[in-house]
Design a protein around this ligand. Structure first.
Ligand SMILES: [Zn+2]
Length: 135
């Protein structure tokens, strides 16, 4: 369907071709695009690897930008690294022994974890992300 769409077919034409309603094609295309599209860095606008289909439209930054701007808020840093590592908040909570509500608050910038905890979370995410990239 994506190929047909890319070749400039209308929804109605695709619908006829694949035997769905027009609405059905619309929904299917939306779903597929959502699954495939990576999140774009809010700063440099480059696609962030590993974020394809992440269910989040927040403000993420890519690895390079996070490295370039050390003063980026913990909220953005934490969320970006977590998504790049392919983890949900609850998975991160489970693996680090930090409560999910705390992670959720920190990602919304409503809580500043103590330096020690902050380091633990970031260090864990760094290694999780690195491990994922190697796969
Ligand atoms: Zn960037």
């Amino acid at each position: 369907m994506i190929e047909l769409r890319a070749r400039g077919r209308t929804l109605a034409q695709i619908a006829q071709r694949v035997g769905l309603t027009r609405q059905g094609v619309h929904e299917a295309l939306k779903r597929t695009q959502g699954q495939l599209a990576p999140i774009v860095c809010r700063h440099c606008k480059s696609a962030i690897p590993g974020t394809n289909g992440a269910n989040l439209s927040g403000e993420l930054m890519c690895r390079d930008c996070l490295d370039t701007y050390p003063r980026i808020s913990l909220a953005v840093r934490l969320t970006s690294l977590r998504i790049m590592a392919g983890l949900t908040q609850s998975e991160l909570a489970e693996k680090t022994g930090v409560s999910q509500s705390l992670i959720s608050l920190a990602e919304r910038d409503n809580h500043q974890p103590r330096p020690k905890l902050r380091l633990r979370l970031l260090a864990f995410l760094e290694s999780a992300r690195a491990a994922r990239t190697r796969r």
